[in-house]
Design a protein around this ligand. Structure first.
Ligand SMILES: Nc1ncnc2c1ncn2[C@@H]1O[C@H](COP(=O)(O)OP(=O)(O)O)[C@@H](O)[C@H]1O
Ligand SMILES: [Mg+2]
Length: 617
């Protein structure tokens, strides 16, 4: 069974791959399996001892005084030794297995984290951080549990039926044959199920469906406010109802398939004595007097002993199921590890930019899979240059490709053709860590961690001192409201009663970027959030952040755009217009029309706030 292939590929069995995760510790796993097998064998020693005792008793019956007391005591110790060996060896097996399993968990998590650092960040986003988190938690946890418990149990489960059959043969080969017939019949039934490829595929899909249903349920519950606000029902929440339906359909199929096999299997293994009984009756019929007594003893003993086959075979059934679950976890891990890493510059080939101008040179980009023909271009031959220390604003309708430009500068993705250069060096030739040190990103959505405000800002530069953090917060106009929190900078975000407004959270993220102090800053609709009372402060914070840096800014509000050194209008993945505010107004093109509408909206008197950023962005 251990040879069955998982969805893992690479031609290796899933068991070999799982064991492979332990790295140098794999001998511990083998040792644990051996110990567990021995422990399982030990569990039969008491049976043997009891058999020998009973045989002696029957032999001397009714003259019990003739019993050899020393031999009886010896057999007693033997039984006890078997029990002690069974328990002790199993504990030792678990000890070895757990130690190897923890190593494997550590290795695997490290491998995944390192891999995540090398794949395009955009791909990680597309995969969903929740999904990745689940792989890290559940799938890696399942591998750990499999190594720590299932593998040693598996060794025991395989040993037990073998030991039982061997024992039966040693005492009387005819009964042995009867027992083998029972095992073969049980396996036959199980094999009939598991060799049916259609049904094992269904079982695998069933596991996937189960997970989809769980995910959809969680999503549904999380989205409850929206669901309620719009008066939707669970039924109308399509993803959930589809997931539940898919789950039910397949669950029924699988259950109906096993409906006859499962009881047959259970009936066979739980009635093993039915195989032994006819053999006993047939053999016993011809015996008389002196020959009958030892035979009867054997027979009764066998009838009592043979049911232990049930326990052993039952375990094997669970293991088949375990193996299926583990191979689905493996394929989920492979899904993450299988994302191709961004090609990194070879050692020695990496270059370090000395200037920090940004250049897009004939950049085309498609979100479609590599080499996929006909995938729509998100960017189509975009060229632009942002000289060092200047500000370039990207404007254009929603879906035009503005965020795509921003993400290519930070190398969330690699261009399909053309090049992105920083200081004249292709970002693909810059070491990823160095590139990270060049570009700060500030988005509209600010993620704050459940940590102190100090740590929340310091994550931008872990070696920053407290003073540096405070200084950055001050520059970002965040110092005052942080000090006003119950424990000031040591207030844990998300702890009771601690909440920040959108504008405050935004200023924390600006403080991060100021602390990070990277020469290039990319702002993606970061200014859209501002609530009116904070607006002036946020504006000041952005001014501090942008001063002296190369800035690429995507803004809803044209008032923030007007002062940029250069405005680039993107439409349908292409550059539609470019120039300074005055030039673009004079050109009376797309930008001029956008500005007109914007100015109109402002004059409608909602203060300095645009009525709806979407319209003008
Ligand atoms: N992660 C993604 N996967 C696939 N398509 C995407 C992804 N992000 C954006 N797109 C598509 O690329 C195009 C440009 O999007 P985007 O750069 O986000 O536009 P903007 O920021 O100007 O609103 C759109 O058609 C959008 O649907
Ligand atoms: Mg965008």
């Amino acid at each position: 069974m251990a040879k069955r292939k998982g969805g893992a590929g690479k031609g290796e069995s899933w068991a070999a791959r799982v064991i492979g995760f332990t790295g140098g510790g794999r001998w511990l796993i083998y040792l644990s399996m051996a110990l567990s097998a021995l422990s399982s064998a030990c569990s039969f020693v008491p049976f043997v001892a009891v058999y020998l005792v009973v045989a002696d008793v029957v032999a001397v019956y009714p003259d019990f005084a003739a019993l050899d007391a020393a031999r009886m005591a010896g057999l007693g110790w033997m039984a006890l030794g078997g029990v002690a060996g069974n328990i002790g060896l199993y504990l030792a097996a678990l000890l070895c297995a757990h130690s190897a399993a923890f190593d494997a968990e550590y290795n695997l998590k490290l491998q995944i984290v390192e891999h995540l650092g090398r794949i395009p960040l955009g791909r990680l986003e597309a995969l969903g951080t929740g999904r990745v988190g689940k792989v890290m938690d559940e799938s890696v946890g399942a591998i750990e549990g499999f190594l720590a418990h299932s593998l040693p149990d598996m060794a025991a489960a395989f040993t037990a039926p073998v030991a039982i059959v061997v024992l039966l043969f040693v005492f009387d080969w005819r009964f042995g044959l009867a027992a083998v017939a029972c095992v073969v019949a049980a396996f036959g039934v199980e094999a009939a199920g598991f060799s049916n490829k259609a049904i094992t595929d269904k079982m695998r899909r069933h596991l996937v469906n189960q997970e989809r249903m769980t995910n959809a349920t969680v999503e549904y519950v999380r989205g409850m406010p929206v669901v309620k606000a719009f008066g939707q029902t669970a039924e109308s929440f399509g993803r959930l109802s589809a997931a539940v339906r898919a789950y039910t359909d397949l669950a029924l199929d699988v259950a109906l398939f096993w409906q006859s096999l499962m009881p047959a299997f259970t009936a066979i293994i739980n009635n093993a004595y039915l195989f032994v009984l006819p053999v006993g009756i047939a053999l016993g019929a011809g015996l008389t007097g002196g020959a009958f007594r030892p035979f009867a003893l054997d027979f009764i003993f066998y009838l009592l002993f043979v049911p232990s086959i049930a326990g052993a075979l039952n375990k094997m059934m669970y293991i088949s199921e375990d193996s299926m679950i583990i191979s689905s976890h493996l394929s989920r891990i492979d899904e993450v590890l299988g994302i191709p890493a961004l090609p990194a510059p070879g050692p020695g080939a990496a270059r370090v930019p000395e200037r920090f101008d940004v250049e897009l040179d004939g950049v085309s980009f498609s979100y479609g899979a590599e080499g996929e023909k006909g995938a729509p271009l998100a960017l189509d031959g975009v060229s632009l240059t942002v000289p060092e220390g200047t500000t370039c604003a990207l404007v254009g309708p929603s879906g035009a490709g503005k965020s795509t430009v921003a993400s290519l500068v930070a190398r969330f993705w690699d261009v399909s053709s053309g090049a992105v250069r920083i200081g004249g060096i292709d970002v693909r030739d810059i070491d990823p860590d160095v590139l990270m040190g060049c570009v700060s990103l500030v988005f509209q959505d600010v993620h704050l961690f459940r940590a102190s405000m100090l740590e929340n800002i310091r994550m931008a530069r872990p070696d920053a001192t407290r003073e540096e953090v405070v200084e950055a917060a001050r520059a970002a106009q965040a110092d005052a409201f942080i000090r006003a929190l119950p424990q000031g900078y040591d207030t844990v975000y998300g702890s009771e009663g601690v909440h920040l407004s959108g504008g405050e959270a935004q200023r924390v993220s600006i403080a991060r970027a100021i602390l990070a102090d990277r020469p290039i800053v990319v702002l993606d609709e970061a200014t859209a959030f501002s609530d009116p009372e904070n607006e002036h402060l946020i504006q000041k914070a952005f001014e501090r952040l942008m001063a002296g840096r190369t800035v690429i800014m995507i803004a809803h509000r044209l008032s923030t755009v007007a002062g940029a050194d250069q405005i680039v209008v993107i439409d349908g993945g292409r550059v539609a217009e470019r120039g300074r505010h005055e030039d673009l107004l004079a050109a009376r093109g797309t930008y001029a029309r956008m500005w007109e509408r914007y100015a109109q909206a402002l004059s409608w008197g909602i203060g300095s706030e645009a009525p709806n950023g979407r319209e003008v962005a």
